[in-house]
Each structure stands twice: as structure tokens, then as C-alpha cells.
Design a protein around this ligand. Structure first.
Ligand code: 2HA
Ligand code: ZN
Length: 286
């Protein structure tokens, strides 16, 4: 296995890539997502903003392996470091071969290109959804300085729900809140939904990022979900909660409903847990 090395830290010089904390975290979470059946084949992608000090403990940041020009400039991310999943790579293989499937990259000082510093072996490139990731990072960092993660996955029930539920985002949010008692506590900001669009494009990146100004979740109908957060665990947990609610919806959708969570109960939950539900959904809540 390729070693990750840092010349001036001999103690770390014989670490294997999978022992580097941010590589391990990415490999573990992607494998887990594949196990859940969310990321078939090369489905899904993640980008995780890293501090330079974290990266330089393990990787020689002076050594650029390759440079790739971007078709969408990202000045606000200039000189920032990310670990990303590779385009066309399978989540199931991240643990067994991290250096082929993951990459550590740095945005150039002009925001017009990226340098590959580690991984993405054999000419691999970052995720095909890099535009959506970078544009979403820019918007989330504007509203949340602790933001670090953008996670895209084909979570099965969320995707299924977009076939049979109205795509109005307030209606979609309301239904999800009603499916599990704790949903409103986990995502009081609700979910947003964009129209169906061709993936991998700068256009879908722009539409996704627009929604990221005031949402952590963006649903792509008949495709999947984008989630954001401060850590991989928190972002995964957010998507997992939406997906669980969608699963309940898919289980109960064709059945007569005999009882359900009321608006007043959702308002009581929000009050008890100190969260503010997005406006325009609950009766009696401004
Ligand atoms: O191929 O999920 O949206 C990875 C994807 C594209
Ligand atoms: Zn996808």
C-alpha cells in the first residue's frame, strides 16, 4: 500500500494512507453508505474541507501531482484543501484502495484550478459533481463558518418519495416532519427541492447552491440528495434522518392513516427542543 509521508515528521513516515484520520473517516463513511444500498456502482460523492494544518501533518503540500482547470471559478475557496471522492469511483472500494478512489486537493490562489496533492491514482479526477460541491461549500460557509462537508447520495427512499409526493418543498418538509417525531428537531430548517436537471453540470451546481443559502438539504428529484454539515457524522446523520422519514412514508403511503402527529404536537416539540421550524408549514406557527 502507498505510504503517506511527511518528510519532517519521521514518526509518521510509515503510516499507511488508511491510518490518516481524514482518509479513514471518508473511507469508513462511504463504505457504510454503500452497505446501506444508497450508493450503487459509482453513485454518490463527498467533499470534506480540511485545515491546512491537518493536511500538512501527513501530506507534502509543496508536491503537486497534477493541476486541473475548473470550468467554474471558485475564488471564495482559493487555497482551501479538500478530500474528495473520485469521479466514477465506487464507494464500496474506498477502504481497500483509498489512493485510487479518494484525493486530497487544493484550490489554486485564483480559484480557477485545483492541485491534486495525494491520491486519485492513474489519472483519476474529482467527483463529476464538483461544481455542485464547490458552489454549495461557498454558500454554506457564508452562513455557517463551521461548515465543512457536502455529501451527495442516492438514498433509496428519499429518491422513491420524489416519484409519488408533491415536490413543493414546504409540503415535502411537512410530510417528512410528520413521519418521525424527532425529524423537526433534526431539520427544523426543512428540506429544499430543485426541479429535475442533468447531473454533473454547472447549472445544477448553481441551482443547488442557491438553495444552500438557507437549507442544509437539497433533494434532486428522481436522483438523490445533497446534505451539508460541520462533520461527516453530522452530515450523514442529517441525511439518515431524512431517509428514515422517507422510508416510513414509503411504508405507510398506501395504507389508511388512523393517527398521526398533529401541527400542535410539532409546535410543542420545536418549543421543547428550542428549534425554530421553517415558516409557512405549521398552522398556528408564523
Ligand atoms: O456518479 O452520483 O450524480 C456519481 C453521482 C452523480
Ligand atoms: Zn448522483
Amino acid at each position: 500500500m502507498t505510504l503517506v509521508f511527511k518528510v519532517d515528521e519521521p514518526a509518521r513516515s510509515n503510516l499507511s494512507a488508511i491510518e490518516v484520520p481524514f482518509i479513514r473517516e471518508m473511507a469508513d463513511i462511504t463504505y457504510h453508505m454503500w452497505k446501506l444500498g444508497w450508493d450503487e456502482r459509482n453513485g454518490g460523492n463527498i467533499s470534506y474541507l480540511l485545515d491546512e494544518s491537518e493536511v500538512s501533518k501527513y501530506i507534502d503540500t509543496q508536491k503537486v501531482i497534477r493541476t486541473i482547470d475548473l470550468t467554474f471559478p471558485v475564488e471564495p475557496l482559493a487555497s482551501k484543501y479538500f478530500i474528495v471522492t473520485g469521479s466514477g469511483k465506487y464507494f464500496k472500494n474506498m477502504i481497500s484502495d483509498p489512493e485510487s478512489n479518494l484525493g486530497v486537493i487544493r484550490v489554486s490562489s485564483t480559484g480557477k484550478s485545483i492541485d491534486i496533492l495525494w491520491g486519485l491514482n492513474d489519472g483519476a479526477v474529482p467527483t463529476s459533481e464538483l461544481a455542485s460541491h464547490f458552489m454549495s461549500h461557498i454558500e454554506r460557509l457564508r452562513v455557517d463558518p463551521t461548515h465543512r462537508v457536502v455529501m451527495h447520495t442516492h438514498s433509496t427512499n428519499t429518491l422513491a418519495m420524489t416519484f409519488i409526493h408533491d415536490l413543493d418543498e414546504l409540503m415535502f418538509t411537512r410530510t417528512l416532519w410528520e413521519m418521525c417525531t424527532e425529524c423537526i428537531v433534526v431539520f427544523p430548517d426543512g428540506v429544499s427541492v430543485i426541479p429535475w436537471m442533468v447531473p454533473g453540470s454547472n447549472e445544477i451546481g448553481r441551482e443547488t447552491a442557491k438553495k444552500m443559502k438557507d437549507h442544509r438539504i437539497v433533494i434532486w428529484p428522481q436522483h438523490g440528495i445533497f446534505g451539508t454539515g460541520s462533520t461527516l457524522d453530522e452530515t450523514f446523520g442529517l441525511i439518515e434522518t431524512v431517509e428514515k422519514a422517507a422510508q416510513i412514508y414509503m411504508l405507510v403511503a398506501q395504507h389508511p392513516i388512523k393517527q398521526q402527529i398533529t401541527d400542535q404536537q410539532l409546535i410543542d416539540l420545536a418549543k421543547t427542543f428550542g428549534v425554530t421550524p421553517v415558516a409557512g408549514i405549521l398552522q398556528g406557527n408564523a
